[in-house]
Design a protein around this ligand. Structure first.
Ligand code: GLU
Length: 300
């Protein structure tokens, strides 16, 4: 049967864990700000496994020019190939949706900005981080880098309707305060977030001329026909934001599978302490891909 948009065919296949699953089109979407570590390795291996009855693509998410470096982008590809992951579309192999590098996809992101702007879903915002912090009434969740944007700082309805391009200003998505956003995650089960309480008006465009993560990832997952997004559970809350973008754009959202975050022996989240645990260092120490993917952390 045919489902979803953009001519992407989803068929019932058998998932490697034995569950019947849609033949999915998945992706690996690393941000090259450093060497990938064992946590990335395991999340990406899961993404590859879940797409093994379908297709897997690779996309470099290098929009944060200040933090991303080309040598990390090249190293990520090398390290994931060393692990044995296979993708059939990506910066190193090309494919029908090239370029697979976000910094080369700005025209597409501006097009999506235009679509959002035309619906009135977003508004220009000149409030600084300081303004936001000054009017915050509650501390923000530790897991989420973005504080809840205070509704008092919102631009009035209709602001920015005349704009023809984003210009050198931030743009935010006006969230439907009080609305409950639910989705069923294939790994984490049912999820519920309330707009305006768990997250506020979020950035879609940055005044430096680049799209914010939430816009770029939705724009590309849609353009590239992704049917299942597999990524770390630290992005669950982002999924609620992204669902609002899919709705505003009139696009069919993919399904979601958020991998549990890996903790080290002291219970610290791996993302915060990765010394000695990059895929690169582990392979140089003589560890095998199998060990990197499955050994208990204290044995690596
Ligand atoms: N590029 C993002 C990151 O490395 C992940 C994006 C995603 O999987 O949605 O954190």
């Amino acid at each position: 049967r045919r489902r979803g948009g953009r001519g992407v065919r989803r068929e019932v296949g058998v998932h490697p864990d034995g569950q019947p699953a849609l033949m999915s089109r998945g992706r690996l979407a690393p941000t090259p700000t450093g060497y990938l570590h064992v946590g990335h390795a395991r999340t990406f291996a899961l993404a590859a496994a879940r797409a093994s009855a379908g297709t897997l693509l690779y996309r470099t998410e290098d929009l944060d020019a200040g933090r991303c470096r080309p040598e990390f982008a090249a190293a990520a590809i090398e390290d994931l190939r060393w692990l044995g992951l296979k993708w059939t579309e990506g910066p190193d192999v090309g494919g029908p949706h090239a370029p697979y590098v976000q910094s080369q996809r700005l025209p597409w992101f501006r097009d999506v900005w235009s679509q959002l702007q035309a619906t009135g879903a977003i508004y220009p915002c000149d409030k600084s981080r300081k303004d936001v912090e000054r009017s915050l009434t509650a501390p923000h969740a530790e897991d989420d880098a973005e504080p809840i944007f205070p509704p008092a700082l919102r631009a009035p309805l209709g602001a920015g309707r005349e704009a023809r391009e984003p210009g050198p200003t931030n743009w935010r998505f006006r969230v439907p305060d009080g609305e409950t956003i639910t989705f069923v995650d294939a790994l984490q089960g049912p999820q519920t977030f309330v707009a305006g309480r768990d997250f506020g008006d979020f950035l879609v465009w940055r005044k430096d001329g680049f799209p914010a993560y939430e816009l770029a990832v939705v724009a590309d997952d849609h353009a590239m026909g992704i049917t299942e997004v597999v990524r770390g559970a630290d992005l669950l809350l982002s999924t609620a934001r992204q669902l609002l973008l899919y709705r505003a754009l009139g696009w069919t959202a993919p399904t979601w599978a958020h991998a549990p975050l890996i903790h080290d022996a002291d219970g610290k989240r791996l993302a915060k302490r990765t010394a000695g645990l990059s895929i690169r260092e582990l392979s140089q120490k003589g560890k095998t891909p199998e060990e990197v993917l499955t050994a208990p952390l204290d044995q690596l």
